[in-house]
Design a protein around this ligand. Structure first.
Ligand code: C5J
Length: 228
């Protein structure tokens, strides 16, 4: 595949689809649906719906062009041996990590709430990576998977912009990957944090990445950015 140009800020980015991965961060019921982790923290989870349609578009473009798709899920082992007390005990949620909720135990692997929303459900063969932290590189085999595929560019989608998307982009940038936040494919419970989070990435000549969107991705691949 030839090198393609992705319209992005602060500057267009050259990428090779064969060396690119679309990473969809934590589009789980626990973050997007009522009764999950996001809502226990007092958030309006409906705000994250804005990212679902654009993620579907980006996912469709990636799948149609053979671009590696990786899904992540934040959560913990049922015995919670991998859940730091400092994370579990923090704040005053209505139900803590590991407590029973309407979608099962909050943020616990294997529970309904931990699963990816049906609209973005992984296809067989697409890696699904379980992560205990905010970043997708921390205590996971993501870097090994990327290295084995020769990936050098990460297009990062998902929730929330300023937490797990940001942490993953920062981790990826430090490891030498070209990291692109896909603006319309990300969302936050705090619209201001989403806006400023994207500004932070692309400031100072792209201090730790680029910002693009699903339409630019489709256009770079010669695909039509149609809603699904
Ligand atoms: C949070 C995440 N916000 N996936 N997790 O706790 O961003």
């Amino acid at each position: 595949m030839p090198q393609l140009i992705l319209a992005a800020e602060p500057a267009p980015l050259t990428f090779d689809p064969a060396r690119t991965a679309l990473i969809i961060i934590d589009m789980q019921r626990d973050f997007l649906e009522p009764g999950g982790f996001g809502e226990t923290l007092g958030n309006d989870v409906s705000l994250l719906q804005a990212a679902v349609g654009p993620c579907r578009r980006a996912l469709g473009v990636a799948r149609a062009n053979g671009i590696l798709v990786i899904h992540t899920r934040e959560g913990h082992r049922p015995d919670m041996a991998d859940a730091p007390p400092a994370k579990v005990e923090r704040g005053a949620p209505t139900a803590r990590i590991g407590c029973a909720g309407p979608m099962g135990r909050i943020l616990i692997r294997g529970e309904d709430g931990h699963d990816i929303i049906p609209e973005l459900y992984p296809l067989a063969g697409e890696p699904v990576l379980d992560k205990p932290g905010k970043g997708a590189f921390y205590q996971t085999d993501l870097e090994l998977m990327l290295k084995n595929r020769g990936v050098d560019t990460l297009l990062v989608c998902g929730v929330t912009t300023e937490v797990c998307v940001h942490t993953t982009i920062r981790e990826g940038n430090d490891r030498g990957y070209r990291c692109v936040a896909m603006a319309d494919c990300c969302a936050s419970y705090f619209p201001e944090f989403h806006r400023v989070g994207l500004e932070m990435i692309k400031a100072q000549g792209g201090i730790f990445g680029w910002v693009s969107d699903s339409a630019a991705f489709a256009s770079a691949l010669g695909a039509e950015a149609k809603a699904t």
